[in-house]
Design a protein around this ligand. Structure first.
Ligand SMILES: [Zn+2]
Length: 222
């Protein structure tokens, strides 16, 4: 099993957001970084897990949303790490616009969404690496694969470890029960992404929001 430290940060109301610190080759990998308002919390939790300044090698963003990307620029600077994500979500973190590359909704909610949910200027960044299913993570986490799982956003990815642990971002969540996450941009794509996961021999799913759960507990035929 990979050595995983779950870092859960309070977010909005009763919803928290998860980051996962994984011990890899020659240092740590952080999967998602939480919202910028919880910067002190994630830094403290990383230290407690033994990840001191300079020990973080790679930051993987499962997607571009600000509650996952909010500390990526800061932690990259602090540790000299690289930031990796899918190209199809890159504009979200480059421009701070969470509607970038997402489907058009009605203009009013789109404008309101843009105002409420954004990545502040100092926290925007250009990724160092773009990940897709051909990416080779063997220098960081041997045996791990990148899965392209569009639905929550076009550039949503998951990391599947050699031991069958899945870091699924916001395709799936577990607030109340394991299920497709409540905020989905393209429902049909998300359903297809979930069906693709079923035969992959996945053990534990580590979601962006809510507690880890066994893949087998995800209801089928949803
Ligand atoms: Zn999220």
């Amino acid at each position: 099993m990979a050595e995983i430290t779950s870092i859960t940060l309070p977010f909005i109301l009763n919803v928290s957001v998860n980051c996962y610190l994984v011990r890899g080759t020659g240092g740590f990998i952080l999967i998602d970084t939480g919202p910028s308002g919880k910067r002190g919390d994630i830094e403290r939790r990383m230290e407690e897990a033994g990840c001191r300044t300079g020990d973080l090698r790679l930051i993987i963003l499962t997607h571009g949303d600000f509650d996952h990307s909010g500390n990526a620029a800061h932690l990259r600077r602090k540790h000299g790490a690289k930031v990796a994500m899918h190209r199809d979500d890159a504009g979200m973190v480059e421009k701070g616009d969470m509607m970038w590359n997402r489907s058009k909704r009605n203009p009013l909610s789109r404008a309101a969404f843009r105002l409420m949910f954004r990545l502040g200027e100092p926290d925007r960044l250009e990724p160092d690496l773009f990940l897709d299913e051909r990416s080779d993570l063997s220098g960081y986490l041997p045996g791990a694969r990148v899965l392209g799982l569009p639905g929550h956003s076009l550039g949503s990815i998951a990391i599947l470890t050699a031991e069958g642990e899945l870091f699924c971002g916001d395709l799936l969540g577990n607030v109340g029960k394991p299920d497709i996450w409540s905020i989905i941009d393209d429902r049909a794509a998300a359903e297809a992404s979930i069906e693709r996961l079923r035969p992959m021999g996945i053990g534990t799913v580590y979601p962006g929001h809510g507690k880890p759960f066994p893949m087998g507990s995800l209801r089928s035929g949803r």
